[in-house]
Design a protein around this ligand. Structure first.
Ligand code: F0G
Length: 458
């Protein structure tokens, strides 16, 4: 078989800035060892996120020029609505400026004190929006989903036994809805099988609990189903996507991922009452229902992106380019979450930096070293992002995994950029004994990873 190549040619390029190790040491210090506080210009290869970092196609840019900026009833909205409805089948489609705006609206209606929201794994903003409403966010990943070294096809699945037990002890009346994050970002970008989506719905139906998909990476999830799940090899991505959504009652979506745009999102559902309540909040916080938090041009670009993302040549290249990075690192003995996820490689920081305990932030230490050595920016997904103190004992509670995510922006970097990343990670791993412990010297009460200040300990 021939090499799987980028299914596009490049029309417009953006230079990246080279810095020296000494310069990067100063930059790290100035940013309190928190890569969120860097100036992005000082980053050579930016793997902080795959969110809002996609390269748009010529057709998307053409759509930007063609966007209808009417306040109400914009043509671009109707195109957007048509495309989203074709994919999801949902009755009500409500544009928002990004995923968390959809989450905020949804949970300010269904959340609140005494309520619980189960999920395979909440992403940080989803958890924050659930908790901000006063509700409790519960994660039920499967046992293999918590073990980086275990290879399985659908490590993003919901643990249905655990979910059932939770519903029975909590009482279904306290659970306004259940979420399923596809692919499971916090759990390594791992896919959820069609069987698991179907069975989650089946279980919830018994208790009359609606199912909502956190659908940011729905197309990548669908591609994994096509490749790995029995009975789907011959189906088109569109058919698989439609089946996935057919089991759900609604979704939240960050278009900054699989809609291949730099900004946007939506909230969608079948329930009329919930839609009315959502639109009422939307008008106050985002905008009129035919634009939400977006310009007409954004809606055009999203509609176009949602059509392009279903292309199998694109998805083959996309999933392969992440797998390629994973294969090279695994061959070099670098511990990663296996198999590679859809949008990112997750370094297993617990095994990478065995000498650093969770409360000294092994992931953060690796993140800083990747930047120092090679100008690469990744992100910690471990005790910095999800670690907390027991409210009673004040004891540190670490999350199940300590990870460093190297997220691959869509259609942005070429194979030689990725080869460079492999070299730098290998280099950092070879000298892992010099990775330092870190402590937090300042933090915000929620989503602390964005602004926390760190200090390396010698
Ligand atoms: N849900 C998931 C699974 C996500 O990964 C994200 C964002 C959101 C919701 C929120 O969407 O950013 O548009 O408000 N994830 C980004 C990331 C930030 O880097 O993984 P948003």
């Amino acid at each position: 078989m021939h090499t799987i190549i980028e299914p596009f040619k490049i029309k417009s390029v953006e230079p990246i800035k080279f810095t020296t190790v000494q310069e990067r040491e100063t930059i790290l210090k100035r940013a309190w060892y928190n890569p969120f506080l860097f100036s992005a210009e000082d980053v050579l290869i930016d793997l902080l996120t795959d969110s809002g970092t996609s390269a748009m196609s010529a057709k998307q840019w053409a759509g930007v020029m063609d966007g209808d900026e009417s306040y109400a009833g914009s043509r671009s909205f109707f195109r957007f609505e048509r495309v989203v409805r074709k994919l999801t089948g949902f009755k009500h489609i409500i544009p928002t400026h990004q995923g968390r705006a959809a989450e905020k609206i949804l949970f300010s209606i269904v959340g609140g004190k005494g309520k619980s929201i189960p999920n395979n794994s909440h992403f940080d903003t989803t958890r924050a929006n659930v908790e901000y409403s006063g509700a409790e966010a519960m994660d039920f990943p499967t046992p293999e989903g918590k073990k980086p070294e275990v290879i399985a096809d659908f490590k993003g699945n919901m643990d249905l036994n655990a979910l059932k037990a939770f519903i029975e002890t909590t009482g279904p009346e306290k659970i306004p809805l259940c979420m399923l994050t596809i692919t499971n970002n916090s759990g390594g970008g791992q896919p959820v099988s069609m069987a698991n989506i179907r069975d989650t719905k089946k279980l919830l139906k018994k208790y009359n609990i609606p199912l909502f998909l956190d659908a940011c990476r729905f197309a990548e999830n669908a591609f994994f189903i096509k490749k790995r799940e029995k009975g789907f090899a011959k189906k088109s991505i569109l058919e698989i996507v439609q089946e996935m959504f057919s089991y759900a009652d609604g979704c939240t979506m960050s278009a900054k991922k699989d809609a291949l745009v730099n900004m946007g999102g939506f909230l969608a559902m079948n329930n009329d009452r919930l839609a009315t309540l959502s639109r009422n909040i939307l008008i106050v916080t985002e905008g009129f229902p035919t634009y939400g938090g977006l310009a007409g041009r954004d809606l055009e670009a999203i509609a176009q992106g949602l059509e392009e993302v279903l292309d199998e040549h694109y998805l083959t290249y996309r999933i392969r380019s992440v797998e390629y990075l994973g294969e090279k690192l695994t061959a070099a003995g670098v511990p990663i979450v296996r198999p590679p996820g859809g949008h990112a490689i997750y370094l297993d920081a617990k095994n990478f930096a065995k000498h650093i305990p969770p409360q000294r932030y092994p992931g953060q230490s690796i993140v800083c070293e990747l930047y120092r050595v090679g100008g690469i920016r990744g992100v910690e997904i471990g005790s910095v992002m999800f670690g907390r103190k027991d409210p009673k004992t004040k004891e540190f509670i670490a999350p199940p995994m300590e990870l460093v995510r190297l997220a691959i922006p869509r259609r942005v970097y070429t194979q030689s950029h990725i080869d460079y990343v492999v070299e730098v990670v290998k280099d950092v791993y070879a000298h892992r004994d010099r990775l330092k412990d870190y402590e937090i010297i300042e933090e915000a009460p929620v989503l602390r990873h964005f602004t926390a200040k760190f200090k390396p300990l010698s």
